[in-house]
Ligand binder design. Sequence first.
Ligand code: UDP
Ligand code: MG
Length: 332
Amino acid sequence: MTLLLSVVIPLLNEEENIPILYQELMEVLVPLEEEYEIVFIDDGSTDRSLALLRDIQQKDNRVVVVSFRKNFGQTAAMAAGFDYATGDVIITMDADLQNDPKDIPLLLAKIKAGNDVVTGWRYDRKDAFINRRLPSIIANKIISKTTGVNLHDYGCTLKAFRKEVIKSVKLYGEMHRFIPAIASGMGIDFTEVKVNHRARRFGSSKYGISRTIRVVLDLMTVKFLLSYSTRPIQVFGLMGVVSGGIGFLLALVMTIQRQFFGVPLSDRPLLFLAVLLIFIGIQFISLGLIAELQARTYHESQNKPVYHIKKVYRTEDGEQVVRESDGWPIAN
Ligand code: UDP
Ligand code: MG
């Protein structure tokens, strides 16, 4: 059975890279035994990128170009690519030639072997050490520790996804690098493969060191969504109870000392701490309750289930059937 492969490529001002990229893609995709399409997302380029892409698109009917009104960022561009991709397998990559299209067959083979997500690992990464690779090494370690997903390289855009996975993931902020972590929360099988990485020859990188901070902030969101989004009171409530409890105990001790032992309260800074802890406790618990309301609105308004089904086995008209979660019968 041939698959339809969608290659999704977000880009911003990559005019020198586009013709070479297309050439390299053709060298890999044409000999493949699969159907393919290429979805370019022009993320508000101000150079000749869009004109070049339209040129290619007019000559090749397997190319789709999505053009943004302004620059919405790489993650948003990828989200648009997922919406416009029609393939069974979706492959994402950068347009700056840093990812090598020659790795596509490798990723595809891993998907065919049964993985839902395959991510590239730039084991020999060609970027500056101090401001790119070092922060990335640290960030990758932190992400692995917090999410419990063990990958060497979250930042590599070269990844392959089965369409069922990607269609149920919503992306915000700098989230595209967390798709494996988000997917792991859905109980999905994924693996990592070593991929080639090349130095940027044309154009310039769109990011600096400040991205590390944004990634860490997004990591907190992902961690929260993964672990507690359906029961926020468990996090905030716990913090509230601990803080309020300590505050209450301190206040109790001071009250007893004041009432029965005549210890004055006037020069005791501890009193402030007790009051503060009680206040924080109340705040946290209220926050947890509000978050609980939010969680319900979030899931119910969008019909978002709190679970993810792989298959359903049942008897229909006296026959045993196996269905995918979206209701389609599947052959197996
Ligand atoms: N990109 C984009 N929108 C942006 C920034 C970047 O579509 O706002 C694209 C960019 O054209 C490239 C990919 O995302 O194809 C990765 O960007 P870059 O090479 O600058 O990142 P780095 O490789 O330095 O991490
Ligand atoms: Mg790059």
